[in-house]
Write a protein that binds this ligand. Sequence first.
Ligand SMILES: COc1cccc(-c2nc(Nc3cc(C)[nH]n3)cc3ccccc23)c1
Length: 281
Amino acid sequence: KQFHLGMFEIGRPLGKGKFGRVYLARERTSSFICALKVLYKSELQHGTGVEKQVRREIEIQSNLRHPNILKLYGHFHDSKRIFLILEFAGKGELYKHLQRENRFPEWKAAQYIAQMASALSYLHRKHVIHRDIKPENILMGIHGEIKISDFGWSVHAPNNRRKTLCGTLDYLPPEMIKSGSKDNWYNEKVDLWSLGVLTYEFLVGEAPFEDTPIMTQKRIARADMTIPEWVSKEAKDLIKKLLVLDPEKRLPLDEVQNHPWIIKHCVKGERKSDREKLSLK
Ligand SMILES: COc1cccc(-c2nc(Nc3cc(C)[nH]n3)cc3ccccc23)c1
């Protein structure tokens, strides 16, 4: 399908991402609502990581279909700009909601982590590692479902990309902090660590290793964090099983999805009494 700018009515600017602006848009013939991300080629210097990052984002995200992953419907460009036609998530950036609410109640945090685990499990089955899981890269749909966006840092198979440490260090796993062997950078277990950091931040309202940049790196390398005593023991258990230094020892995603904390808050539909009947059988 060939897309071009004339096909869209451009609505209000939704906001500025790190490499371009995002507008609400409507496709004229179908009246389909989407979000149009505009990137200026001038800002993507040729041959720099950013241009490759955008190409990778397009290549990876356009082949993904999952309710908790923001869809990329297509892309096109003109002389000066690249346009990404993205799914519109009506409730915007998750981190804004987290800022406003300070922290999420356990039932809400568990539902978000269950959705993230489902999306990551789908990505890993397709050998895609996101590598940049954090609240800033998660959007919220109109029904409160969350959607991973921004695949700029995701990778397909192992490759020799250097990750420039832009933005927060809080979510980096120890293997990406240590200068040692780089092949661990391309092990999907890095997303498990970030899922643990995300779980902590949803419940506590700040990242587990938040400190000065130097101290953050030291604390990550030692998995040096304290979980407040008011966090439930089930939630504590899950965080501790994800924030493990050895990538191979981190709780696999299928066990995250079956963890008691997730089951307790996410098995929707049947009432507790029915659940007891089921387990008594
Ligand atoms: C920096 O603030 C930014 C930047 C980019 C988008 C938003 C934003 N986005 C969306 N939805 C989106 C965005 C995309 C790519 N798909 N669906 C909705 C919003 C609602 C209120 C405020 C802001 C919103 C903010």
